[in-house]
Ligand binder design. Structure first.
Ligand SMILES: [Zn+2]
Length: 121
């Protein structure tokens, strides 16, 4: 595996997500938009759309924040030599899976198991 290429990709993905998170937080904190929302003459349907978009942005921000944490972890693993090893079973995660998601923490088997456990909750 080309660890330098992986590191560059992770840094690139991190930069993209940081920029996006920054933009979403700015929109969230924008007081102009908040005052727009309180205008009495605003149509109810538009209000619903605004609320939906706000919730969608918050969901996106939560996903991006999670991914950023995983990317940071992957970068630390590159440094300590544990990159590409499944956290559950200790086997290699597999290059194909890492190519699709370079910050993957689990192999495909353990990932499926973890997702099933979440659904059962
Ligand atoms: Zn595993």
């Amino acid at each position: 595996m080309d660890f330098e290429a992986v590191r560059r990709r992770l840094l690139d993905e991190r930069a993209q997500r940081q920029a996006l998170a920054e933009r979403l937080r700015r929109e969230e904190a924008d007081p102009v938009e908040a005052s727009e929302l309180s205008k009495v003459d605003q149509h109810q349907a538009e209000l619903g759309t605004e609320t939906f978009e706000r919730e969608r942005d918050l969901t996106a921000l939560a996903i991006i924040t999670d991914e950023l944490a995983d990317i940071e972890l992957a970068l630390r693993k590159l440094d300590d030599g544990s990159y590409g090893i499944c956290e559950e079973c200790g086997k290699p995660i597999g290059e194909e899976r890492l190519a699709a998601k370079p910050w993957a923490r689990l192999c495909i088997v353990d990932q499926a198991r973890a997702e099933q456990a979440v659904r059962r909750r």
